[in-house]
Design a protein around this ligand. Structure first.
Ligand SMILES: C[C@H](O)[C@H](O)[C@H]1CNC2=NC(N)=NC(=O)C2=N1
Length: 169
């Protein structure tokens, strides 16, 4: 029994060595990319405080009023960083939501400017930004207006009237 106990201890022993505190510091400190990765993966959130940030080469004085009308009258919202705009369109049926998405997809292919869209059973989230050069541009404004017109054509409804899971069309 004693011999067996000693054998067990000899197995356990390497794990009970004292680790120098300098080593512990190194193990628990965060890697260099830590803060950067947090910033890169920050969620895109609608903001009511950010200012629109237009891309280099855009005429901010000319685009400003158009952008303000989208934000204040048409229900578009700025991203937290001011570089994109987003809006959710609601529909009575899934078919209408998908048809709206296709309408926007068709125009964006023609204009070579593509939104990020999420389709749900009774709604479509649309997000516009310009990647090169980075920021908001005339294209984002023009295509946001096209979304508003397309939504009217497709019979978009108020948020509370859109189709929900479990609701009948
Ligand atoms: C070459 C091509 O037109 C470009 O890469 C386009 C494609 N679609 C685009 N879409 C969006 N939203 N922003 C862009 O900067 C962009 N660039």
């Amino acid at each position: 029994m004693y011999v067996r106990a000693m054998k067990c201890l000899s197995v356990i022993r390497p794990c009970t060595r004292i680790i120098p505190s300098s080593h512990i510091t190194r193990l628990t400190s965060r890697p260099a990319f830590w803060n950067r990765s947090v910033i890169l993966h920050q969620p895109r959130m609608a903001s009511s405080t950010a200012e629109p940030r237009f891309a280099e080469g855009e005429d901010a004085a000319q685009l400003g009023p158009d952008m303000q009308s989208l934000l204040q009258q048409q229900g578009w919202a700025l991203d937290a960083d001011g570089m994109g705009i987003t809006k959710t369109f609601h529909f009575k049926t899934y078919f209408k939501a998908v048809s709206f998405l296709n309408l926007i997809a068709s125009e964006s292919a023609a204009k070579r400017h593509h939104p990020t869209m999420t389709v749900r059973i009774g709604s479509v989230d649309v997000h516009w930004t310009t990647h090169h050069p980075r920021g908001l541009t005339q294209k984002d404004i023009t295509l946001a207006r096209h979304c508003d017109q397309g939504a009217t054509l497709m019979g978009a409804v108020e948020a509370g009237d859109g189709m929900k899971c479990g609701s009948k069309p």
